[in-house]
Design a protein around this ligand. Structure first.
Ligand code: SF4
Length: 200
């Protein structure tokens, strides 16, 4: 059993926050265990909760298409969420729920050791860029601690407002080149507050 699979078992038994009371299944994440590219979304929705798999609904189908547009299949990357259990009625995750789930996401990243982390949506972005505005920083890579962090809009945004689709497609199209030129991206210090982020 891999360390990641052991972590999934730990997640399956987790009762650290109230979402454990309403979930059908935990949704730890899936994909290549040593993926160079990790996508982090917000949290499971209805279909994800039913199947125990991330991004299997409409937004997931769009993510699959976006991956295909850069020559990748989901088996070649790793996909997970900030929180591993579905919030009731798909409400936004609460700060204390994100905080409770934080060690699982941190451990996943430690184990996978990706070259690049793509955050999908503001809750995932907020995890690494607290206080930033996604409209200001999407599509702009930052290299910190040897990992490239790359904020993008959540694919669900494109389902509700088609004008976001073009932005998401554009940001996705830059990923192969960013990976190829990873060593050329200057290392930055992790931002401490929103004021620093406005400098980006
Ligand atoms: S969301 Fe995370 S912290 Fe909360 S119960 Fe599920 S696995 Fe545990």
């Amino acid at each position: 059993m891999s360390a990641l699979t052991e972590l999934y078992e730990e997640i399956a038994n987790c009762e650290r926050c109230v979402l454990s009371q309403s979930r059908t299944n935990t949704v730890p994440g899936e994909g290549l265990e040593d993926a160079e590219l990790v996508f982090i979304g917000e949290g499971p929705g209805f279909h994800e909760d039913q199947q125990g798999r991330p991004f299997v609904g409409q937004a997931g189908q769009l993510l699959d298409q976006l991956l295909e547009s850069i020559g990748l299949r989901r088996e070649q990357v790793y996909i997970c969420n900030v929180i591993k259990c579905r919030p009731p009625r798909n409400r936004d995750p609460l700060p204390e729920e994100i905080e409770a789930c934080r060690p699982f996401l941190d451990r996943q990243i430690e184990l996978i050791k990706p070259q690049m982390i793509v955050t999908l949506g503001r809750f995932s972005m907020e995890r690494y860029f607290p206080g930033a505005k996604i409209s200001h920083i999407h599509g702009q890579p930052r290299r910190m601690g040897g990992i490239i962090y790359y904020p993008m809009y959540h694919p669900a945004a494109a389902l509700h407002q088609r004008r976001w689709l073009q932005l998401i497609e554009e940001d996705m199209s830059k990923i192969p080149q960013l990976l190829a030129q990873a060593d050329g991206i200057a290392e930055m210090e992790l931002p401490q507050d929103a004021e620093q982020l406005s400098l980006f």
